[in-house]
Design a protein around this ligand. Sequence first.
Ligand code: NAD
Ligand code: TYD
Length: 330
Amino acid sequence: MERLLVTGGAGFIGANFVAHALAHSEARVTVLDKLTYAATREALDSLPGDRLELVVGDVADAGVVGPLVDVADAVVHFAAESHNDNALADPSPFVSTNLVGTFTVLEAVRRTGTRLHHVSTDEVYGEAAADEWFTESSSYAPSNPYAATKAGADHLVRAWVHSYGIDATISTCANNYGPWQHVEKFIPRQITNLIDGQPPKLYGAGRQQRDWIHVADHSAAVWQVLAEGRVGETYLIGAEEVHTNLEIARMLLEIFERDPGELEFVADRPGHDQRYATDPTKVRTELGWTPTHTDLSSGLAACVDWYREHESWWRPVKAGVEARYAARGQ
Ligand code: NAD
Ligand code: TYD
């Protein structure tokens, strides 16, 4: 593979994946990114520039996507609107980017026959039961606007494989944490609150469970599926680290050597899914992938250090993010 096109490659996971691809291959990487509020351009600035090109454009614009796909050997499609709370406030960009954007990529690869890997989320399966783990055969049951657009995109990919024989794979991953994640998301929000002397802010009673994976492990898994995944297959990616939000907040309080009771309970998210849990048996056994960040509390401690060291990156947007949350009672 000589030329890789990565949509959304200036976002949190996309940028970490681009770093992984450049470090593990000789490929030239073109990032197509609209540079929305969620983009982390600085993440790309630190990578080897001689094999990396950034094209600023909309993944839902066929005139932009087509020529880039024409010269690519493979496409990895990360571009999306990704934050649940934003989708609840205004679902419109989620429909255009997540659905129309995926449709646009699919039409381009249908024309060229280019290999595609589509990046999705375990949220497409909806809320897991108390002891349930999602598998590749779990039913799609998205319960919020973000998850519904991601589920719709997955269905488009599957239909294009079935109807047109495109060469595509899908991965649905658990919640990611690590460098360059926007401060609107749970873990960076709480880390930066703690840096600012504020308590972690938990929706409802903080009893919801999420399954956490380090972004470097997700990137490695996507790279492996791209290389060795079977056409038409979906691979679930996760590190089997299911914790309540309360437990994560307490781990962070411990890292900051703060009182474990120093918590603020805020308005819950409407329609909040109680639990996600992802069974990665297939990607482990079929492709031999295994996570390397297996100790969540040390992963979180490293993440805390990273946000301390990169305050100049997140500080300019922190107050605006908190003002939007405050307006919603969160
Ligand atoms: P992110 O919001 O940090 O980054 C998304 C990137 O896409 C940004 O750089 C943004 O500028 C770009 N983008 C948005 N709209 C675009 C458009 N119309 N055209 C071109 N670029 C556009 O998201 P993320 O957390 O890095 O997620 C990346 C992908 O991984 C998404 O598809 C998401 O659904 C999926 N995913 C995320 C998680 C998670 O925990 N964050 C978990 C599983 C799957
Ligand atoms: P989030 O990072 O938004 O990811 P997702 O909704 O895609 O799982 O939120 C993770 C969990 O943390 C989710 O249960 C909502 C909760 N949460 C809080 O309790 N407080 C917060 O300030 C935020 C942003 C999220």
